[in-house]
Design a protein. Structure first.
Length: 339
Protein backbone atom coordinates (compact mmCIF):
# COMPACT_ATOMS: atom_id res chain seq x y z
CA UNK A 1 0.00 0.00 0.00
CA UNK A 2 3.06 2.28 -0.03
CA UNK A 3 2.27 3.25 -3.59
CA UNK A 4 -1.25 4.60 -3.25
CA UNK A 5 -1.42 7.90 -5.07
CA UNK A 6 -3.03 10.81 -3.26
CA UNK A 7 -2.16 14.21 -1.89
CA UNK A 8 -1.78 14.66 1.81
CA UNK A 9 -3.15 17.74 3.53
CA UNK A 10 0.13 19.69 3.34
CA UNK A 11 0.23 19.11 -0.42
CA UNK A 12 -3.42 20.08 -0.74
CA UNK A 13 -2.53 23.43 0.85
CA UNK A 14 0.36 23.88 -1.56
CA UNK A 15 3.00 22.90 1.01
CA UNK A 16 5.51 20.06 0.64
CA UNK A 17 6.82 18.21 3.66
CA UNK A 18 10.53 17.46 3.67
CA UNK A 19 11.22 14.43 1.54
CA UNK A 20 11.32 11.21 3.52
CA UNK A 21 9.81 12.90 6.61
CA UNK A 22 6.18 12.36 7.66
CA UNK A 23 4.06 15.40 8.33
CA UNK A 24 3.60 16.61 11.92
CA UNK A 25 0.16 15.03 11.97
CA UNK A 26 1.60 11.70 10.86
CA UNK A 27 4.41 11.85 13.44
CA UNK A 28 2.26 12.66 16.45
CA UNK A 29 -0.13 9.73 16.71
CA UNK A 30 1.01 6.71 18.65
CA UNK A 31 -0.93 4.74 21.20
CA UNK A 32 0.09 3.77 24.69
CA UNK A 33 0.65 0.20 25.74
CA UNK A 34 3.20 -2.42 24.78
CA UNK A 35 4.89 -1.89 21.44
CA UNK A 36 4.30 1.88 21.27
CA UNK A 37 6.47 4.71 22.51
CA UNK A 38 4.48 7.92 22.04
CA UNK A 39 1.37 9.05 23.94
CA UNK A 40 -2.11 7.99 22.78
CA UNK A 41 -4.09 10.03 20.29
CA UNK A 42 -6.18 12.95 21.43
CA UNK A 43 -9.94 12.78 21.02
CA UNK A 44 -9.72 15.11 18.02
CA UNK A 45 -7.22 12.87 16.19
CA UNK A 46 -8.85 9.56 17.11
CA UNK A 47 -11.75 9.65 14.59
CA UNK A 48 -11.42 11.51 11.30
CA UNK A 49 -13.46 12.05 8.15
CA UNK A 50 -10.97 11.31 5.39
CA UNK A 51 -10.83 11.84 1.64
CA UNK A 52 -8.55 11.16 -1.31
CA UNK A 53 -6.41 14.25 -0.58
CA UNK A 54 -5.70 13.26 3.03
CA UNK A 55 -5.52 9.46 2.68
CA UNK A 56 -1.71 9.29 2.58
CA UNK A 57 -1.36 11.40 5.74
CA UNK A 58 -4.33 10.15 7.76
CA UNK A 59 -3.94 6.47 6.91
CA UNK A 60 -0.69 5.36 5.25
CA UNK A 61 1.77 7.66 7.03
CA UNK A 62 -0.09 7.52 10.34
CA UNK A 63 -0.21 3.72 10.24
CA UNK A 64 3.57 3.59 10.53
CA UNK A 65 3.12 4.58 14.16
CA UNK A 66 -0.44 3.60 15.04
CA UNK A 67 -2.93 1.03 13.71
CA UNK A 68 -5.56 2.69 11.51
CA UNK A 69 -9.04 1.42 10.69
CA UNK A 70 -10.59 2.73 7.49
CA UNK A 71 -14.36 2.61 7.26
CA UNK A 72 -15.48 2.76 3.62
CA UNK A 73 -19.15 3.75 3.63
CA UNK A 74 -21.86 5.40 1.54
CA UNK A 75 -24.83 7.58 2.40
CA UNK A 76 -27.29 5.10 0.83
CA UNK A 77 -25.87 2.10 2.73
CA UNK A 78 -28.18 0.99 5.56
CA UNK A 79 -25.69 -1.39 7.27
CA UNK A 80 -23.19 1.49 7.36
CA UNK A 81 -25.55 3.40 9.62
CA UNK A 82 -25.21 0.75 12.31
CA UNK A 83 -21.58 -0.22 11.72
CA UNK A 84 -20.03 3.25 11.82
CA UNK A 85 -21.35 4.20 15.31
CA UNK A 86 -20.21 0.81 16.62
CA UNK A 87 -16.75 1.35 15.11
CA UNK A 88 -16.57 4.76 16.74
CA UNK A 89 -17.50 3.26 20.12
CA UNK A 90 -14.85 0.55 19.90
CA UNK A 91 -12.26 3.09 18.72
CA UNK A 92 -12.94 5.32 21.74
CA UNK A 93 -12.73 2.29 24.01
CA UNK A 94 -9.19 1.74 22.68
CA UNK A 95 -8.19 4.97 24.41
CA UNK A 96 -6.26 6.53 21.55
CA UNK A 97 -4.37 3.37 20.60
CA UNK A 98 -6.01 3.16 17.18
CA UNK A 99 -7.38 5.66 14.69
CA UNK A 100 -10.60 5.43 12.69
CA UNK A 101 -10.77 7.16 9.30
CA UNK A 102 -14.16 7.28 7.56
CA UNK A 103 -14.21 7.46 3.75
CA UNK A 104 -17.35 8.16 1.70
CA UNK A 105 -16.79 6.00 -1.40
CA UNK A 106 -19.16 8.03 -3.60
CA UNK A 107 -17.36 11.27 -2.81
CA UNK A 108 -13.91 9.71 -3.36
CA UNK A 109 -14.22 7.64 -6.53
CA UNK A 110 -10.64 8.38 -7.64
CA UNK A 111 -9.32 6.95 -4.37
CA UNK A 112 -11.56 3.89 -4.70
CA UNK A 113 -10.17 3.31 -8.21
CA UNK A 114 -6.56 3.64 -7.00
CA UNK A 115 -7.14 1.26 -4.13
CA UNK A 116 -8.63 -1.32 -6.49
CA UNK A 117 -5.47 -1.15 -8.61
CA UNK A 118 -3.28 -2.01 -5.61
CA UNK A 119 -5.38 -4.92 -4.39
CA UNK A 120 -8.22 -3.43 -2.34
CA UNK A 121 -11.38 -3.74 -4.42
CA UNK A 122 -14.32 -1.98 -2.82
CA UNK A 123 -17.14 -3.85 -4.51
CA UNK A 124 -19.51 -3.44 -1.58
CA UNK A 125 -19.91 -1.31 1.52
CA UNK A 126 -19.39 -1.23 4.34
CA UNK A 127 -15.84 -2.44 4.03
CA UNK A 128 -13.35 -1.95 6.85
CA UNK A 129 -9.61 -2.27 6.31
CA UNK A 130 -6.99 -2.31 9.07
CA UNK A 131 -3.64 -0.66 8.23
CA UNK A 132 -0.33 -1.04 10.07
CA UNK A 133 3.11 0.03 8.85
CA UNK A 134 1.64 1.19 5.58
CA UNK A 135 0.13 -2.20 4.79
CA UNK A 136 -3.28 -3.82 5.13
CA UNK A 137 -3.23 -6.34 7.97
CA UNK A 138 -6.86 -7.44 7.82
CA UNK A 139 -10.27 -6.44 6.54
CA UNK A 140 -13.94 -7.40 6.56
CA UNK A 141 -17.12 -6.52 4.70
CA UNK A 142 -20.61 -6.02 6.07
CA UNK A 143 -21.84 -4.93 9.48
CA UNK A 144 -20.49 -6.90 12.45
CA UNK A 145 -21.83 -6.88 16.01
CA UNK A 146 -19.91 -4.83 18.54
CA UNK A 147 -18.43 -7.92 20.22
CA UNK A 148 -16.83 -9.03 16.94
CA UNK A 149 -15.58 -5.52 16.23
CA UNK A 150 -13.90 -5.54 19.62
CA UNK A 151 -12.18 -8.84 18.83
CA UNK A 152 -11.09 -7.47 15.44
CA UNK A 153 -9.50 -4.43 17.09
CA UNK A 154 -7.89 -6.53 19.83
CA UNK A 155 -6.31 -8.75 17.16
CA UNK A 156 -5.10 -5.68 15.24
CA UNK A 157 -3.50 -4.19 18.35
CA UNK A 158 -1.88 -7.50 19.22
CA UNK A 159 -0.28 -7.75 15.77
CA UNK A 160 0.99 -4.20 16.19
CA UNK A 161 2.50 -5.01 19.59
CA UNK A 162 -0.14 -3.29 21.71
CA UNK A 163 -3.31 -4.08 23.57
CA UNK A 164 -6.63 -2.57 24.61
CA UNK A 165 -6.59 -0.50 27.82
CA UNK A 166 -9.01 -3.03 29.31
CA UNK A 167 -6.49 -5.80 28.68
CA UNK A 168 -3.85 -3.83 30.59
CA UNK A 169 -6.23 -3.38 33.52
CA UNK A 170 -7.12 -7.07 33.51
CA UNK A 171 -3.45 -8.05 33.64
CA UNK A 172 -2.78 -5.62 36.49
CA UNK A 173 -5.81 -6.87 38.42
CA UNK A 174 -4.80 -10.51 38.08
CA UNK A 175 -1.24 -9.75 39.12
CA UNK A 176 -2.48 -7.90 42.19
CA UNK A 177 -4.57 -10.92 43.21
CA UNK A 178 -1.65 -13.30 42.65
CA UNK A 179 0.58 -11.13 44.82
CA UNK A 180 -1.96 -10.95 47.63
CA UNK A 181 -2.98 -7.34 47.02
CA UNK A 182 -6.64 -8.34 47.02
CA UNK A 183 -8.21 -4.96 47.75
CA UNK A 184 -6.18 -3.38 44.96
CA UNK A 185 -7.17 -6.22 42.66
CA UNK A 186 -10.86 -5.67 43.44
CA UNK A 187 -10.49 -1.96 42.67
CA UNK A 188 -8.76 -2.73 39.36
CA UNK A 189 -11.48 -5.19 38.35
CA UNK A 190 -14.04 -2.51 39.16
CA UNK A 191 -12.16 0.00 37.00
CA UNK A 192 -12.06 -2.55 34.19
CA UNK A 193 -15.84 -2.89 34.35
CA UNK A 194 -16.24 0.86 33.96
CA UNK A 195 -14.49 0.51 30.60
CA UNK A 196 -15.91 -2.88 29.63
CA UNK A 197 -19.30 -3.45 31.32
CA UNK A 198 -19.68 -6.76 29.49
CA UNK A 199 -16.33 -8.22 30.48
CA UNK A 200 -16.89 -11.69 31.99
CA UNK A 201 -13.30 -11.68 33.24
CA UNK A 202 -13.98 -8.41 35.01
CA UNK A 203 -17.17 -9.58 36.71
CA UNK A 204 -15.76 -12.97 37.62
CA UNK A 205 -12.53 -11.44 38.92
CA UNK A 206 -14.38 -8.85 41.00
CA UNK A 207 -16.62 -11.51 42.56
CA UNK A 208 -13.66 -13.74 43.40
CA UNK A 209 -11.73 -10.80 44.88
CA UNK A 210 -14.69 -9.89 47.09
CA UNK A 211 -15.00 -13.53 48.13
CA UNK A 212 -11.31 -13.55 49.10
CA UNK A 213 -11.96 -10.44 51.21
CA UNK A 214 -14.76 -12.27 53.02
CA UNK A 215 -17.46 -10.16 51.34
CA UNK A 216 -19.66 -13.04 50.17
CA UNK A 217 -22.85 -10.98 49.98
CA UNK A 218 -21.15 -8.26 47.95
CA UNK A 219 -19.70 -10.92 45.65
CA UNK A 220 -23.17 -12.34 45.02
CA UNK A 221 -24.57 -8.84 44.56
CA UNK A 222 -21.90 -8.15 41.94
CA UNK A 223 -22.84 -11.28 40.01
CA UNK A 224 -26.50 -10.26 40.14
CA UNK A 225 -25.51 -7.21 38.06
CA UNK A 226 -23.88 -9.25 35.30
CA UNK A 227 -25.44 -8.53 31.88
CA UNK A 228 -27.73 -11.34 30.73
CA UNK A 229 -25.72 -12.03 27.57
CA UNK A 230 -22.66 -13.16 29.57
CA UNK A 231 -24.45 -14.70 32.56
CA UNK A 232 -23.54 -18.25 31.48
CA UNK A 233 -19.92 -17.49 30.64
CA UNK A 234 -17.44 -19.82 32.36
CA UNK A 235 -15.92 -16.90 34.29
CA UNK A 236 -19.33 -16.09 35.78
CA UNK A 237 -20.51 -19.62 36.50
CA UNK A 238 -17.11 -20.42 37.98
CA UNK A 239 -17.29 -17.45 40.35
CA UNK A 240 -20.78 -18.49 41.43
CA UNK A 241 -19.56 -22.01 42.08
CA UNK A 242 -16.64 -20.68 44.13
CA UNK A 243 -18.99 -18.62 46.33
CA UNK A 244 -21.36 -21.54 46.88
CA UNK A 245 -18.54 -23.96 47.68
CA UNK A 246 -16.96 -21.48 50.09
CA UNK A 247 -20.23 -21.21 52.00
CA UNK A 248 -20.65 -24.99 52.09
CA UNK A 249 -17.05 -25.46 53.18
CA UNK A 250 -17.30 -23.05 56.08
CA UNK A 251 -20.20 -25.07 57.48
CA UNK A 252 -18.04 -28.18 57.77
CA UNK A 253 -14.54 -26.70 58.24
CA UNK A 254 -14.74 -26.84 62.02
CA UNK A 255 -15.71 -30.52 61.90
CA UNK A 256 -12.79 -31.78 59.79
CA UNK A 257 -11.27 -33.62 62.73
CA UNK A 258 -14.52 -35.53 63.21
CA UNK A 259 -14.64 -36.55 59.55
CA UNK A 260 -11.06 -37.75 59.69
CA UNK A 261 -11.86 -39.80 62.81
CA UNK A 262 -14.82 -41.38 61.04
CA UNK A 263 -12.60 -42.33 58.11
CA UNK A 264 -10.03 -43.89 60.39
CA UNK A 265 -12.80 -46.04 61.83
CA UNK A 266 -14.31 -46.81 58.43
CA UNK A 267 -12.37 -45.99 55.22
CA UNK A 268 -15.56 -46.64 53.24
CA UNK A 269 -17.48 -43.85 55.01
CA UNK A 270 -17.87 -41.95 51.75
CA UNK A 271 -20.17 -39.33 53.25
CA UNK A 272 -17.43 -38.34 55.73
CA UNK A 273 -14.83 -38.23 52.95
CA UNK A 274 -17.16 -36.10 50.79
CA UNK A 275 -17.64 -33.54 53.60
CA UNK A 276 -13.91 -33.63 54.30
CA UNK A 277 -13.22 -32.71 50.67
CA UNK A 278 -15.66 -29.79 50.87
CA UNK A 279 -13.99 -28.47 54.00
CA UNK A 280 -10.48 -28.87 52.59
CA UNK A 281 -11.49 -26.92 49.50
CA UNK A 282 -12.79 -24.10 51.69
CA UNK A 283 -9.36 -23.98 53.38
CA UNK A 284 -7.67 -23.65 49.99
CA UNK A 285 -6.22 -27.17 50.04
CA UNK A 286 -7.24 -27.99 46.50
CA UNK A 287 -5.01 -30.97 45.87
CA UNK A 288 -6.09 -32.63 49.12
CA UNK A 289 -9.75 -31.89 48.38
CA UNK A 290 -9.47 -33.48 44.94
CA UNK A 291 -7.62 -36.46 46.43
CA UNK A 292 -10.51 -37.14 48.81
CA UNK A 293 -13.12 -37.15 46.06
CA UNK A 294 -10.91 -39.21 43.77
CA UNK A 295 -10.56 -41.76 46.55
CA UNK A 296 -14.35 -42.07 46.66
CA UNK A 297 -14.41 -42.63 42.90
CA UNK A 298 -11.67 -45.24 43.25
CA UNK A 299 -13.64 -47.13 45.90
CA UNK A 300 -17.17 -46.68 44.51
CA UNK A 301 -17.68 -44.45 41.48
CA UNK A 302 -21.49 -44.87 41.65
CA UNK A 303 -21.79 -43.80 45.31
CA UNK A 304 -24.73 -41.46 45.91
CA UNK A 305 -25.50 -41.30 42.18
CA UNK A 306 -21.99 -40.17 41.26
CA UNK A 307 -21.86 -37.37 43.84
CA UNK A 308 -18.06 -37.43 44.05
CA UNK A 309 -17.66 -36.91 40.30
CA UNK A 310 -20.20 -34.09 40.28
CA UNK A 311 -18.50 -32.37 43.21
CA UNK A 312 -15.15 -32.63 41.45
CA UNK A 313 -16.65 -30.94 38.43
CA UNK A 314 -17.94 -28.14 40.67
CA UNK A 315 -14.45 -27.79 42.13
CA UNK A 316 -12.91 -27.56 38.66
CA UNK A 317 -15.45 -24.94 37.62
CA UNK A 318 -14.80 -22.90 40.76
CA UNK A 319 -11.01 -23.15 40.47
CA UNK A 320 -10.93 -22.36 36.77
CA UNK A 321 -10.39 -24.88 34.00
CA UNK A 322 -6.83 -23.71 33.34
CA UNK A 323 -5.68 -23.96 36.95
CA UNK A 324 -2.92 -26.55 37.64
CA UNK A 325 -5.04 -28.24 40.32
CA UNK A 326 -7.91 -28.56 37.85
CA UNK A 327 -5.73 -29.95 35.06
CA UNK A 328 -4.17 -32.53 37.38
CA UNK A 329 -7.51 -33.49 38.88
CA UNK A 330 -9.19 -33.88 35.50
CA UNK A 331 -6.42 -36.17 34.27
CA UNK A 332 -6.71 -38.37 37.34
CA UNK A 333 -10.50 -38.43 37.17
CA UNK A 334 -10.42 -39.46 33.51
CA UNK A 335 -7.93 -42.19 34.28
CA UNK A 336 -10.22 -43.60 36.98
CA UNK A 337 -13.45 -43.35 34.99
CA UNK A 338 -12.10 -44.72 31.72
CA UNK A 339 -9.66 -47.33 32.99
Amino acid sequence: MDYIIGQNRDQARGQSPAQGQPSAQARSPAPGGAGFDAPPLSDADMILDGDQTSFMTDVIEASRQIPVLVDFWATWCQPCKTLTPALEKVTRAAGGRIRLVKIDVDANRALVSQLAQVGLPLQSVPTVAAFWQGQILDMFQGALPESELKRFVEALLKQAGGSMPSADLLGEARLAIEEGRTEEGAALFSALLEQEPESPEGWGGLARALLALGEDEQALAALDQVPAKIAEHAEITGARAAITLAAEGRKVADALGGFQARLEADPNDHAARYELATGLNALGQRTEAADALLEILKRDRTWNEGAARLQLIRFFEAWGFDEPATLAGRRRMSALLFS
